[in-house]
Design a protein around this ligand. Structure first.
Ligand code: 5GP
Ligand code: ZN
Length: 112
């Protein structure tokens, strides 16, 4: 499958790993929008949040269990923001489900 993030999981494209287990891979965004900008992805290829179903939702729950561990390891004691862009209106650019973990600064109240 010609998917950038599947290639990153497979090690075919280099990345800076911050966390990995049997279900999840997390790595630093190549173009960080905050002092801490980590992408957290399921190893299972799902194109976006729009493909989450009762059959695969456990991996998403697992990601949200892992996020506090990554946030703590990154020193995000002041809090953080988790974002997933889904589809063209949200400017999703990589069609493999990913959660942006952003922190390390005071963020704007504006969401869009
Ligand atoms: P999206 O716009 O789909 O929500 O987010 C995709 C993210 O992937 C962007 O923040 C972009 O900087 C990041 N990205 C794109 N290509 C690469 C890459 O090759 N390596 C890494 N580490 N991040 C990437
Ligand atoms: Zn993929």
């Amino acid at each position: 499958m010609d998917c950038l993030f599947c290639k990153i999981i497979a090690g075919e494209i280099p990345s800076t790993k911050v966390y990995e287990d049997e279900q999840v891979y997390a790595f630093r965004d190549i173009n960080p929008m905050a002092p801490v900008h980590v992408l957290i992805i399921p190893k299972l290829h799902l194109a976006s949040a729009n493909e989450i179903t009762p059959e695969n939702a456990a991996v998403v729950a697992h990601i949200f269990q892992v996020i506090p561990q990554i946030a703590a390891a990154e020193g995000l004691t002041g809090g953080y923001r988790v974002i997933t862009n889904c589809g063209p209106d949200a400017c999703q650019s990589v069609r493999h489900l990913h959660f942006h973990l952003l922190g390390g600064c005071q963020m704007s109240e504006k969401m869009v």
